[in-house]
Each structure stands twice: as structure tokens, then as C-alpha cells.
Design a protein around this ligand. Structure first.
Ligand code: NAD
Length: 296
């Protein structure tokens, strides 16, 4: 039977995830700071609320998909935030915000007798539309289990423990790998093209060889070789994720030689291209330096 959920943050990821909840027979009360972001879901029957507090007065479980840790904190605990609602029992953060932030927010919400669950997702806009995201869940196990219908509607559920932030740590480790692979694949392909190899053939060879990764299998063929650059994830958000990773690795005393270089590369991308550039446009930074363009 369908449940009623609150959903806050209807951007590139939030809209398709919320849409899948409607497809699965659930009902929604929604909010986004940009009124236009709520329109397509409102047209499908979602109720639009005027604030995060109003969402949390309409639903026992509120899911959020928001850009940065500060925005999540504001929406959870700020004035007119979800913690001021009178029905909410569980707050689920689908955004990538880091383990420290997840623990802080969980503590703040516990003072209002609200359980916090972190459930960051991976798989991009395509995965959100198809309902095939990896959903990395941590928090009180019983509560997480009761939310399986929501998680199952958006992707594959992985339970990572009851300690707040374990889902976030998992997600940051994944995104470090994704960010590193994209940056270094750009360097490798630009090198080959400048030497005279064909970019499309290079990708074919790598995908039949030991260097293959998600960038060679998906990002180059879909977005970089055709120069469409529309994967739906910004360079600014990727930079945020690798910085969060570095903070966490630093706090744990783990070496950061390679990851620090990855963070610098994404800092360069944001400085040169702006935070709203699609993350696949990072190839342009390498191309510009090498004075060569990768084409399909
Ligand atoms: P986005 O910028 O497209 O969406 C964020 C939404 O939050 C926007 O609609 C924005 O208007 C809204 N918002 C901002 N401040 C708000 C506030 N104070 N109150 C209510 N709404 C507010 O970002 P996105 O790409 O959908 O990413 C969302 C989160 O998911 C990020 O943490 C990101 O790192 C993570 N993520 C993104 C992808 C991807 O491929 N885009 C994949 C996995 C995880």
C-alpha cells in the first residue's frame, strides 16, 4: 500500500527520485526554494508546501535531495526547517553531505525526537530516472527497514550500519574513485589524441582492456565524444564531494597523495569552467592546456 512522504529539493536528482515514488503508488508533499521546480510533480498530484516545516507537518518521513551540507543543515534545523514540523518522525538525507555533517544533523534532530537516516545515492540522473541508483543507507536498522518501499522505488538498497554517516562515508569513497577516474581518463585520452590516436578507437580499446572504468564505459561515449556534456551533475558538486572526502580521510589519518591531486584538478575545473558546468566538461581543462580537442 502506498505511503505519504515529504520530499524537499527537486533538482536534477530530486525530481526523478520523487517521480519514482509517485510511480510506485506513494503520495507526496513537496517543497523547493525554486517554485518552478515543483511544477511537474504538482501536475502529477503532489501537494506543494510553503516551507520545510510545512512538509514536516504533512508527512512522518521527509526525504531531502539538496546541494550542500549547509543547505541540508538549514532545511533540517534552521528557522522554519523540518525539525519545526509537527508530524515528522524520520528525516532521510539522500544528498551527499559527508559523515561529520550527518552526525551533527542526527544529533540536532534527536533533540526533536526525529530519527536521522543518511541515504546518499549514486548512479546519476539516468539511474534516478530508471530507479537503478545504489542507495547507501545508515541509521536505526528497524526504521531503515520500514522505509524499504521508498528505497526500493529509487534503486538498490545497501544497509551499512546504524552509526550516522556510514552511508555518507561509503558515498564519498565511491565518488573519489569516480572523480579520479574521470580526471585521469581525460589526461590519458588527450595524450593519445595529441600523439595521433583516434579518441573513439582509444575508448573501444580501453573498454576491451585493463584500463576500463565508468568514464570509458559511459561518460566518454555518452557525453564527451559527442561533445554534448549533459550528464546532469555539476563540476561544483563533484568538487564539493572530493573536498568532503579529503576532510574525512584527513581526520582519519589516511594518506592523501592521490586524492589531494584529484581535489586540485576539480578545483581547477571549477575555477576555469564555473561551478555550474557539467562535470564531464573537465576534459576541456586538459584540452586547453594541451591545445588539442577530443572528438568522437
Ligand atoms: P541540484 O542543484 O540539481 O538540486 C538541488 C535542489 O535543491 C534544487 O532544485 C534547489 O532549488 C533546491 N534547493 C536549494 N536550496 C534549497 C533550500 N534551502 N530549500 C529547498 N530546496 C533547496 O542538485 P542535484 O544534482 O540534484 O544533487 C542533489 C544532491 O545529490 C547533491 O548533494 C549531489 O551531490 C547529490 N548527487 C547528485 C548526482 C547527480 O548526478 N546530479 C548523483 C548522485 C548524488
Amino acid at each position: 500500500m502506498g505511503q505519504h512522504f515529504g520530499f524537499i529539493g527537486l533538482g536534477n536528482m530530486g525530481t526523478p527520485m520523487a517521480s519514482r515514488l509517485l510511480d510506485a503508488g506513494h503520495t507526496l508533499t513537496i517543497y523547493d526554494i525554486r517554485a518552478e521546480a515543483t511544477k511537474s510533480l504538482a501536475a502529477r498530484g503532489a501537494r506543494v508546501a510553503a516551507s520545510p516545516a510545512a512538509v514536516a507537518s504533512a508527512a512522518e518521513t521527509v526525504l531531502v535531495s539538496l546541494p550542500t551540507p549547509d543547505v541540508v543543515r538549514l532545511v533540517a534545523l534552521g528557522p522554519n526547517g523540518s525539525s519545526s514540523g509537527n508530524r515528522i518522525k524520520t528525516f532521510v538525507d539522500l544528498s551527499t553531505t559527508g559523515a561529520r555533517m550527518a552526525a551533527d544533523v542526527a544529533k540536532g534532530l534527536a533533540e526533536h525526537e526525529i530519527s536521522a537516516i543518511d541515504a546518499p545515492v549514486s548512479g546519476g540522473v539516468g539511474g534516478a530516472v530508471a530507479g537503478t541508483l545504489a542507495v547507501m543507507v545508515s541509521g536505526p536498522q528497524e526504521t531503515c527497514e520500514t522505509l524499504r518501499p521508498a528505497f526500493d522505488a529509487i534503486g538498490k538498497y545497501f544497509y551499512l550500519g546504524d552509526k550516522p554517516g556510514m552511508g555518507q562515508t561509503m558515498k564519498l569513497c565511491n565518488n573519489l574513485l569516480s572523480a579520479a577516474c574521470l580526471a585521469v581518463t581525460c589526461e590519458a585520452i588527450v595524450t593519445g589524441v595529441k600523439a595521433g590516436l583516434d579518441a573513439r578507437q582509444m575508448i573501444e580499446v580501453i573498454n576491451a582492456a585493463s584500463g576500463k572504468n565508468d568514464s570509458t564505459e559511459r561518460k566518454f561515449p555518452r557525453a564527451i565524444l559527442p561533445r554534448t556534456f549533459g550528464m546532469g551533475f555539476t563540476a561544483g558538486l563533484m568538487h564539493k564531494d572530493v573536498k568532503l572526502y579529503l576532510d574525512e580521510a584527513g581526520a582519519l589519518g589516511v594518506p592523501q597523495y592521490v586524492s589531494a591531486a584529484v581535489v586540485q584538478m576539480w578545483q581547477l575545473a571549477v575555477t576555469q569552467l564555473g561551478p555550474n558546468a557539467d562535470f564531464t566538461e573537465i576534459v576541456k581543462c586538459v584540452e586547453q592546456w594541451a591545445d588539442v580537442e577530443v572528438k568522437g
